[in-house]
Design a protein around this ligand. Structure first.
Ligand SMILES: *[C@@H]1O[C@H](CO)[C@@H](O)[C@H](O)[C@H]1NC(C)=O
Ligand SMILES: *[C@@H]1O[C@H](CO)[C@@H](O)[C@H](O)[C@H]1NC(C)=O
Ligand SMILES: *[C@@H]1O[C@H](CO)[C@@H](O)[C@H](O)[C@H]1NC(C)=O
Length: 416
């Protein structure tokens, strides 16, 4: 069988992995519909379907059994794009409001409290400027003819986020002006984005330029910006390794982020081709022959035995130096040349995988939670950081099998 696979590793703090809601304890799906009244331009969220539906959603929370909650949203293609985008956000914000709330509590609640310290004030101003800039840019482009598809998508994205916020607050207390934390929807967190253009890809053929485009947020800039949001675009010739190496691949962005200094100071760990993860991919990519072996590679972490996981550390290896990191397994008593190799609430939190064939049907395979292939499963009750790391809605133990997803009503196990 010939398969070509794309997979993405998610590297976030453990505290941002899958969250869930508390209200539904039974396994049933929840359905919601958003209707739009054209004459009044009013939206309504309801549990029964209606003729003038703009978006509908099915939601199923199986966090305790598969490690995932499933959501699928369908919009009515006969309606204007902006109505579809806003309605999609509205129904999602409403139907997943408990998840949103837990996620907010688990990640950034209390990060910036009023009265804001200077850093939080700068952050807020920056975010406002950024949104204003986007809105002005959209207005400006809107006034042009022809108006760009890119800007149109930007506009739809912002409308969808507005809908998400309004859906979240639908029949709840609205945020009370002066005395709240930063608006959760002010954080459009981003990190590294990849756009894969499957049209340009033919199995067995060399990869064409433009197949994979990578965008990277710059996390260090001169002057006083500690947090930044410049997004640089760069076309790169795709290497499979690219999508999974967490080291910045875009030379200019690498430079701006202080990459060369780090390489000088600490060595190859900080370079794109020389990091342990890149080396493991290089060594093991030939072992991938089908979906199962790809999952295995993406979940691989044998840090106590793999020579590529070694470091100048005590003990002499790090669980960060693997395809799917498990920094929780590094002993807190260890010694490490830099923090990233040490004991932290950090690691690969899941795996998602698709290939050309599955992609045509919007299907993918996913495994929730940190890897447990060569290691014990992650368990909140055993993690020493669990007190400082809110994890509302999480199961205690993340030991889940892969699932095959194409829609909430059709999700099924993927046998490995
Ligand atoms: C998952 O299990 C926890 C602990 O037993 C429970 O509190 C929670 O309601 C469950 N979540 C769902 C969505 O079933
Ligand atoms: C990175 O910066 C250095 C000096 O700051 C410069 O010499 C080099 O050309 C830059 N490389 C890239 C790819 O921008
Ligand atoms: C998902 O797969 C099932 C069975 O393979 C198929 O009948 C269904 O149409 C698919 N659903 C979507 C949304 O593609």
């Amino acid at each position: 069988m010939k398969v070509t696979i794309v997979a993405v590793l998610t590297f976030f703090q453990l505290l941002v992995f899958v969250t869930s809601i508390n209200v539904i304890t039974d396994a049933g799906s929840v359905f919601m519909t958003v209707t739009w009244d054209k004459s009044t331009n009013k939206y309504k969220i309801q549990s029964n379907t209606a003729n003038n539906w703009a978006a509908k959603a099915e939601f199923l929370n199986q966090i305790n059994t598969t490690g995932w909650s499933y959501l699928d949203v369908t919009t009515n293609r006969d309606l204007p794009d902006d109505v579809q985008a806003y309605a999609a956000g509205l129904v999602e914000g409403y139907i997943t409001s408990d998840l949103i709330k837990n996620h907010w509590i688990n990640t950034i609640e209390g990060y910036c409290k009023q009265p804001f310290n200077p850093y939080c004030q700068r952050l807020l101003n920056f975010m406002k400027d950024n949104i204003n800039y986007m809105n002005q840019f959209i207005k400006f482009m809107d006034s042009k003819n022809p108006y760009s598809a890119y800007t149109h998508q930007m506009k739809l994205f912002l409308l969808q986020v507005d809908g998400l916020r309004d859906g979240y607050y639908y029949d709840k207390e609205p945020p009370s002006g002066g005395n709240t934390d930063l608006d959760p929807f002010g954080f459009y967190y981003n990190n590294q984005w990849m756009v894969l253009d499957y049209k340009k890809f033919t199995p067995g053929q060399p990869i064409k330029s433009g197949t994979l485009t990578s965008y990277r947020t710059v996390t260090r800039l001169p002057r006083n910006w500690r947090l930044f949001c410049i997004i640089r675009k760069s076309e790169i010739l795709a290497k499979l390794q690219h999508s999974v190496s967490s080291v910045i691949a875009i030379p200019k962005v690498f430079n701006m982020s202080g990459g060369p200094e780090n390489v000088k100071k600490y060595g190859d760990w900080f370079s794109y081709d020389g990091s342990p993860r890149a080396k493991i991919f290089k060594r093991d990519q030939d072992k991938v022959v089908d979906l199962k072996s790809m999952i295995k590679l993406m979940r691989y972490n044998d840090f106590t035995n793999d020579p590529l996981s070694k470091c100048n550390c005590t003990p002499p290896y790090s669980a960060e130096n693997a395809i799917s990191a498990r920094s929780d397994l590094n002993p807190a008593s260890g010694t490490y040349p830099f923090q990233a190799l040490g004991h932290r609430s950090h690691g690969g939190t899941d795996m998602k995988l698709t290939n050309k064939e599955m992609f045509q049907n919007l299907e993918f395979v996913a495994v929730s939670g940190p890897t447990y292939d060569q290691q014990p499963p992650f368990d909140w009750t055993k993690a020493d950081f669990s007190k400082d790391c809110p994890h509302n809605g999480h199961p205690n133990v993340f030991k889940f099998n892969p699932v095959y997803f194409n829609s909430t009503s059709n999700v099924r196990p993927f046998y490995r």
